[in-house]
Write a protein that binds this ligand. Structure first.
Ligand SMILES: [Fe+2]
Length: 307
């Protein structure tokens, strides 16, 4: 078994204010595949290289933002261990739902930053999964930006340290990098990995609970980032920053907005992480190059627009 514990981000539900226009963005511009509707307000999507039933749900709502972010665990024992440890040692609110199409039971934990974090193991194989027998590189030629999968999200809220402690001590994830607060005490932002990616989730200190800075989709290289930038230009998608590189994680990236105002990222490259690697540390005076490696300073939108 190559990996144990938490495997990856597996299911995210975003709130969108204009379902039709925002669906066009994720389906035709980013290049996800529509799996189907849950009801008239919720649409399921997946990326071409994902095996599981779906990975993203868009839910029509009054304001944009994140409903929940779920992680797939290796097995039911991992799920049960996390559930019991959350109840016994952390005391965070926890519940479960059995009504997500294609998924078995998903346990939802309200973490101190105000986010709903889901844990599950059981999920059906997608009807549109990557080929298994004598497989071609893809079944159908990817369209739009053509991301392989949902990659990660940056969550923002108060009590960042307690949420990070839960991700490490209960979920078994590793801290790959962090930025210290300006006074040198505690973390301003922390990057966490459950596998060999530089991160599956990052957590930023913020005064409002339950906020999301961005949801990221995985591309493979600079060529694909460049093509994503061309699509952004061609279709007048509102861009935030990039194409550029991060110092933190070394990822190659573009930030842009969906029609409902949620920030997206297309993310490629970055280093390979192993649990024996030292945690990389940044001081607050270097955060500009940590995020915007070429320009060395953040733009105003990047720090102020969250949903
Ligand atoms: Fe990111």
């Amino acid at each position: 078994m190559a990996l144990t514990g938490i495997l990856r981000t597996g299911l995210v539900q975003l709130r969108v204010t204009d379902l039709e226009e925002t669906l066009q963005h994720y389906r035709d511009r980013i290049g996800l595949y529509v799996v189907g509707n849950i009801d008239e307000n919720r649409v399921m999507l997946k990326a071409y290289d994902e095996f599981d039933h779906h990975s993203l749900v868009l839910r029509k709502a009054d304001k944009p933002g994140l409903d929940f972010m779920c992680f797939k665990a290796l097995d039911e024992k991992t799920v049960n261990d996390i559930v019991h440890k959350t109840k016994d040692e952390f005391g965070f609110p926890i519940t479960f739902e059995d009504n997500h199409p294609g998924f078995g039971r998903i346990w939802f934990i309200t973490v101190p930053t105000g986010h709903q974090i889901g844990i599950y193991n059981q999920v059906e194989l997608s009807e549109n999964h990557p080929m298994i027998d004598n497989p071609h590189i893809w079944k159908d030629c990817p369209h739009g930006m053509g991301p392989a999968c949902v990659d990660h999200a940056l969550l923002c809220g108060p009590n960042q340290a307690e949420t990070v402690r839960w991700f490490t001590e209960c979920m078994g994830m590793s801290i790959t990098e962090y930025v210290l607060n300006p006074d040198g005490q505690g973390h301003l932002c922390t990057w966490l990995s459950g596998n060999t990616r530089g991160h599956d989730v990052a957590v930023l200190s913020f005064n409002k609970p339950g906020m999301i800075h961005h949801l990221s989709f995985q591309l493979k290289n600079w060529d694909e980032i460049g093509r994503a930038a061309d699509i952004i230009g061609r279709y007048g998608i509102k861009i935030d920053a990039g194409p550029m590189r991060h110092g933190i994680t070394r990822g190659q990236t573009i930030y842009f907005f969906d029609p409902s105002g949620n920030r997206n990222e297309t993310y490629a490259g970055g280093y390979e992480y192993f649990p024996d690697h030292p945690t990389r540390k940044w001081t607050a005076d270097h955060v500009g190059e940590g995020i915007f490696y070429y320009e060395k300073e953040l733009n105003g939108r990047f720090l102020s627009i969250l949903t």
